[in-house]
Design a protein around this ligand. Structure first.
Ligand code: URA
Length: 441
């Protein structure tokens, strides 16, 4: 068997056998296949797709490319969560402490930014000292310490996905149902949690642009979960505009702190609380309670400060620094480059998530190449969102870089142009965009 044959077979739309998929996964993991052949293969999969059987084989082979954690000796139902990626998606740092404050052990394996979307690992690494590389052998200790852990992929856990993820990010091969499903589900299976709740984002700032493809992705993940013996539920959420008002690593973590302090935006809270309720439904605590009751109870954890205290525990448990007021100490401080003001009265009709995500990347908040170093202070603050009334002269959005930024004037201009195209102001009132598009379980 050789890699060229596999690429050609996939290029010509033929399904691969489980041995061929195993050969590919093994070669990626042992680094015996060069990046150019892996990239060509990924592009062929993106165009030709995979059958359900191939996707299943790919997922299981990727999960087995490293250690499969056995968390069975940790009491309780362990629930994990994952998002298919979005712009301004700061759900995990708020959700995890809420669910954990119900005594549910949470093992959360997150990723870095992918394409124009942000990554939870990058966001946590904006906190001074926070260690995201938790080896599977340390999972128990962390869970015993604070009831939850947040880890990135180490060499030990689904290493094949770690390699493919970074390559897909820079080769335009992210938006593929089999590649997304296998990437997410391989990590989740390897992570050892008992149940999984997925946030399937849908819209301009997501990899699934319409509800049909989001549902197809959800179905694929549910099928893989069934095969792996892990209950899965999928919450379909809108990503037509960014979630919340901050995009960029430190800016988003600042919004996380506001939300945990009880002052969050409604759109962020709606997604977080819906996801939290779905996670609790998989546990003995939540299985007999209805969604509304669970959402209200989770909301209570935000308003009574319990979730904030848990979040602080998580930061300390993983080596992160808090100041004397309990706020995370960030590695930098966002520096406001400029604020753009509305030039007419009206209503925000559009605040396009993809353009905002791309503008944020241009400012340095995301990677253009595998080796790029993220500017943690870079990003965008949105002062107005879809449905908001706006008066001439009111601030619409602000652009930020870090204090040590090296972004050229051209890149800032390009980001500004993206932002100008992101917004549309009309003269008639516009309805708010509902965040939740459905739940499939
Ligand atoms: N998140 C992942 O972990 N993988 C993807 O492919 C997309 C989002």
């Amino acid at each position: 068997m050789n890699m060229l044959e596999l690429i050609e077979k996939k290029r010509d739309g033929m399904p691969l056998s489980s041995e061929e998929i195993g050969f590919f996964v093994d070669g990626v993991t042992k680094k015996t296949i060069p990046d150019y052949q892996i990239s060509a293969f990924l592009m062929a999969v993106l165009w030709r797709g995979m059958t359900d059987e191939e996707t299943k084989e790919l997922t299981l082979a990727m999960a087995r490319s490293g250690e499969i954690c056995d968390l069975s000796d940790i009491p309780g139902v362990k629930v994990d969560k994952h998002s298919t990626g979005g712009v301004g998606d700061k759900v995990t740092p708020i959700l995890l402490p809420i669910v954990s404050s119900f005594g549910v052990p949470c093992v959360k394996l997150s990723g870095r930014g992918l394409g124009f979307t942000g990554g939870t690992i990058d966001k946590f690494e904006s906190i001074e000292g926070f260690i995201t590389s938790v080896e599977p052998s340390q999972f128990r200790e962390k869970i015993n310490k604070c009831g939850m852990l947040l880890g990135g992929q180490t060499e030990g856990l689904a290493p094949c996905d770690k390699y493919l993820y970074a390559l897909r990010d820079v080769t335009g091969t992210v938006p593929s149902i089999p590649l997304i499903a296998s990437s997410i589900m391989s990590k989740k299976i390897a992570g050892g949690s008992d149940a999984i709740v997925l946030d399937i984002t849908c819209g301009s700032g997501a990899f699934m642009k319409d509800k049909e493809s989001a549902e197809a992705l959800a179905r694929q993940m549910l099928a893989i979960g069934k095969l792996a013996g892990k209950p899965v539920s999928c919450v379909l959420t809108s990503m037509e505009q960014p979630l919340g008002n901050a995009v960029g690593n430190i800016l988003e973590m600042q919004e996380v702190m506001e939300t945990l302090a009880g002052n969050g935006r409604e759109d962020v809270k709606t997604v977080v609380l819906t996801m939290a309720a779905e996670m609790l439904k998989h546990t003995p605590y939540g299985e007999k309670l209805d969604t509304e009751t669970l959402i209200a109870q989770c909301g209570e954890k935000l308003s009574n400060g319990e979730a904030l205290a848990k979040f602080q525990e998580l930061i300390l448990s993983q080596g992160g620094m808090l100041d004397s007021t309990g706020h995370p100490v960030f590695v930098d401080e966002p520096f406001e480059v400029m604020t753009v003001f509305a030039d007419s009265d009206g209503y925000v009709e559009r605040c396009d998530a993809l353009s905002v995500g791309e503008a944020s990347c241009l400012l340095g908040a995301g990677r253009m190449q595998k080796t790029d170093v993220i500017d943690m202070g870079a990003g965008i603050k949105l002062h107005k969102k879809v449905g908001d009334m706006v008066s001439r002269g009111e601030p619409l959005y602000s652009l930020y870089t870090g204090t040590k930024d090296t972004v050229s004037e051209e890149r800032i201009d390009e980001a500004l142009q993206k932002m100008e195209s992101a917004y549309k102001i009309g003269s008639l009132p516009v309805a708010k965009i509902p965040e939740i598009m459905g739940v499939i379980s």
